[in-house]
Design a protein around this ligand. Structure first.
Ligand SMILES: Cc1ncc(COP(=O)(O)O)c(C=O)c1O
Length: 402
């Protein structure tokens, strides 16, 4: 442990609410796939700030956009027009196929809250006061604020904070009959992650998501796709809904949008979006010129560097490597995910120990609970870095099972 890390760890314990059990490392610098700790030691980053730093650390185009706008004007609020806000929204709408409008926000939870409020208002205005129920999936994750937490299908995260806002129903993922049984005249929306992230990286089956879209159309219910983790080329295309050929009525975006800076957006089809009127929703910081300049630079670089194609190709390579590792070590029960959003479910409940041992070997890897190792590297990740990961994991998993 470096001196800076030691000092910071003591202060951290004294002054922060203990909502995170931090890992024993302090990163002070990054470049592309690489992170450096306060002792100057290099690490390969397979977490990317939990799926945010899609361009890689310290991308010069983002740094330049930030510095330029920060030197000019930082904050005016949403009461006034501002540079970069509309151009960013225009790009998001184009990426989602047009005919939509944007509400800018600051995080994934806020994007989900905004989507929930919009869906409820749409339900009440078009179908009546009773129409506010939202159906989501078991194991889903939509954020930590109260309504997003109520939408989240993980009772262990909810219990301490009950009573939660009413009107949320959870059904098993990939079971269209279970969904059809609960979507009724009180339902305004179905809300799903195309690939569940925090729940352990479980994909919607293509036939399921297509059937969900049909069901929503038949019963005049909105389809909300939470693309907070899957968005911005993480799974290959700009948004995972493209993979499925399914188009949402409302999309929730965040994480990769400004390469690690706090931002989010609710993007809704125009007739739905127009339900929000002045005063219905808001945010002091969202849509500010600095964050929007950073997001525009991020999206432009993700496109010009064709990182979606790399996510698809390198993700395929890593997935194949993990499947081979499952055979050679006998320690992996299942490999799941799409693009560079992958997980290996371990047979033994030792994912935290494996992640800790990987960190000691210079690899930053995330565990979800005791069974799942998750891989969300920057989308600049190449096959060489995957080979390093696979070699180290092979040694660790062989040692763990022997
Ligand atoms: C799918 C999904 N929705 C919402 C959130 C919440 O985002 P945030 O932590 O930015 O509030 C997350 C965070 O991991 C997520 O993966």
């Amino acid at each position: 442990m470096g001196a800076l890390h030691e000092q910071t760890a003591a202060l951290d314990a004294a002054v922060h609410m203990p909502t995170y059990a931090r890992k024993p490392v302090m990163f002070v610098r990054g470049s592309g796939m690489r992170l450096y700790d306060d002792d100057g030691r290099e690490y390969l980053d397979f977490v990317a700030g939990v799926g945010c730093v899609n361009l890689g650390h310290a991308h010069p185009a983002v740094t330049a956009a930030l510095a330029e706008q920060a030197a000019k004007l930082v904050q005016v609020s949403n009461l006034y027009f501002a540079e970069h806000r509309d151009e960013l929204a225009e790009t998001l709408v184009e990426l989602l196929g047009g005919g939509r409008k944007v509400f800018p926000c600051n995080s994934g939870a806020e994007a989900c809250e905004g989507a929930i409020k919009l869906a409820r208002k749409w339900g009440k205005e078009t179908r009546g006061e009773h129409c506010f129920k939202i159906v989501t999936a078991e194991r889903s994750f939509h954020g930590r604020t109260l309504a997003a937490l109520a939408a989240t299908g993980q009772p262990s995260k909810q219990a301490a904070f009950e009573p939660l806002p009413p009107g949320f129903v959870h059904v098993p993922l990939n079971d269209i009959d279970a969904l059809a049984a609960v979507v009724d005249h009180q339902t305004c929306a179905v809300m799903l992650e195309p690939v569940q992230g925090e729940g352990g990286v479980y994909q919607c089956d293509p036939e399921y998501l297509a059937a969900v879209r049909c069901l929503c159309d038949e019963r005049e219910v909105l389809l909300v796709l939470d693309e907070v983790q899957t968005g911005f080329w993480r799974t290959g295309p700009a948004f995972a809904q493209e993979r499925y050929g399914v188009s949402s009525d409302i999309s929730c975006l965040a994480k990769g949008m400004a390469n690690g800076l706090p931002i989010g957006a609710v993007v809704a089809r125009s007739p739905v979006a127009d339900v929000f009127k002045p005063g219905d929703h808001g945010s002091t910081f969202a849509g500010g010129p600095v964050i929007c300049a950073a997001a525009r630079a991020t999206i432009a670089a993700l496109q010009s560097e064709r990182l979606g194609e790399n996510a698809e190709a390198t993700g395929g390579y890593l997935a194949a490597g993990l499947i081979a590792l499952a055979e050679s070590t006998g320690a992996i029960a299942e490999v799941r995910g799409a693009g560079l959003m992958l997980a290996a479910e371990l047979i033994q409940p030792n994912a935290a120990a494996v992640a800790a041992a990987a960190l000691a070997r210079g690899l930053v890897v995330n565990n979800i609970g005791e069974r799942v190792l998750r891989f969300l590297p920057p989308l600049v990740c190449g096959v060489g870095e995957c080979d390093t990961l696979l070699e180290v994991l092979s040694e660790l998993l062989t040692a763990e099972v022997s």
